[in-house]
Design a protein around this ligand. Structure first.
Ligand SMILES: Cc1ncc(COP(=O)(O)O)c(C=O)c1O
Length: 398
């Protein structure tokens, strides 16, 4: 684990990193530069701009909104500081970040290994979309790195993993994953959405690229969609080029909301870690709950890896109600504080029955490994006592 004495702590960086100290008009907050393009004084200024680009392989200033924006760049710098990455690139959504990065890095004939316990749209993109374009994917179990290594072929280019995973919160050993990738000369990319840079920084374990759905904890207020890819500048360069071609850059206003949300990232995540752990402990002792999945509990299969690798275990707790599909739905409907919905990471607690949102057909749910009695509870920043009292009353009334 790397600790640099001179680096400000994450709470200080959440507030200050990435932003200019002196902003236009002496404003305290970074302005939203709401423009689609940037103008030039005359042809000579354009020619100077082109000359600089040719010599330095990067632009000296903004040119067009699809390639960059000052508000977004401030958010990118703040994210890079928090993740301890050289640079960051923002996208219109988490899926846009993943798909643009994979398209930039892979070609027809390549093969990737994808950890099977990953966001279902990532799996769909790899298997259905990339498959049609001649890029093959092998799924590997998260808890068997020998099987993952066995899936590597001569044309494998990249290993993609997610940690912790949705909804069973499995945690992969990043140091061992990076070592396998290095041995075979492969790139590694990790979706760290559930962890946030407050709880885990995969680059410190030798992972090449990190991605997040910034729509979750990073934005933190359920009011924006964004995604980010972070890593070394030279590795991001082809992805930045692809973003400019494919056009999935984030909007300036969303960049501002993200920048504002990030100011409280450390505070929010510390509270969500605390809420997640207390809720998990309460549920683990409750007779109406069959099983709890939370990496902070001793009984979680990856607890030892999580303890070693993470600074906190996050705000998401999954658990099985002692009952069937209908009873689980009734439990969720009895909860009074969390909203019912498909996201996580914001200030409001959100609950869902993953099986109900996935498919109306029991056979499809079973095939996807989604138990009918599973509940995913994403704790917000409310008081743990209130959230636990609410859970207790919902369980008592079943
Ligand atoms: C782990 C993970 N990765 C990626 C995504 C995609 O992010 P977005 O919804 O911002 O496209 C999600 C969204 O639910 C997610 O949970």
């Amino acid at each position: 684990m790397i600790h640099t004495q001179s680096r400000p702590a994450a709470d200080t960086q959440s507030v200050h990193a990435g932003e200019e100290r002196r902003k236009p008009h002496g404003a305290l907050t970074t302005p939203i530069v709401q423009t689609s393009t940037y103008t030039f004084r005359d042809t000579a200024e354009i020619l100077d701009f082109m000359q600089y680009k040719a010599e330095h392989e990067k632009a000296p200033r903004e040119e067009y909104g699809r390639y960059g924006n000052p508000t977004l760049r401030a958010a990118e710098r703040k994210l890079a500081a928090l993740e301890r990455a050289e640079a960051a690139l923002l996208f219109a959504s988490g899926m846009n970040a993943i798909t643009t990065a994979l398209l930039a890095l892979l070609s027809a004939g390549d093969h990737i290994v994808l950890v099977s316990d990953s966001y279902h749209r990532t799996r769909e993109f790899a298997l259905s979309f990339m498959g049609r374009w001649g890029i093959e994917t092998s799924l590997a179990p998260i808890d068997d790195l020998a099987a993952l290594e066995f899936a590597i072929r001569p044309n494998t280019r990249l290993i993609f993993a997610e940690t912790p995973t949705n909804p069973y919160l499995r945690v992969i050993d990043l140091e061992r994953l990076a070592a396998i990738a290095r041995k075979h000369g492969l790139l590694t990319m990790v979706d760290s959405t559930f962890a946030t840079p407050i709880n885990l920084r995969p680059l410190e374990y030798g992972i090449d690229l990190v991605t997040h759905s910034a729509s979750k904890y990073l934005g933190g207020h359920n009011d924006l969609l964004a995604g980010v890819v972070l890593g070394a500048e030279w590795m991001l360069s082809p992805i930045e080029h692809a973003r400019g071609v494919m056009g999935g850059i984030s909007a300036p206003n969303d960049g501002y909301l993200l920048l504002r949300g990030l100011k409280t990232l450390d505070l929010r995540v510390q509270r969500q870690n605390e809420n997640g752990l207390r809720i998990a402990q309460f549920l683990a002792d409750h007779p109406g709950v069959r099983r709890v999945y939370y990496p902070g509990l001793d009984c979680h299969p990856d607890h030892e890896i999580a303890k070693r690798q993470m600074q906190g275990f996050g705000g998401v707790v999954s658990f099985e109600i002692d009952g069937d599909f209908e009873k689980t739905g009734r439990f969720i409907d009895r909860l009074q504080i969390p909203y019912i919905g498909p996201t996580l990471g914001g200030v409001e607690s959100i609950v869902q029955q993953p099986a109900a949102l996935f498919s109306l057909h029991a056979s499809e749910r079973q095939a996807a490994g989604l138990k009918d009695n599973l509940v995913r509870y994403a704790a917000g920043i409310e008081s743990a006592e209130d959230l636990i009292l609410d859970l207790a009353q919902a369980l008592a009334g079943l």
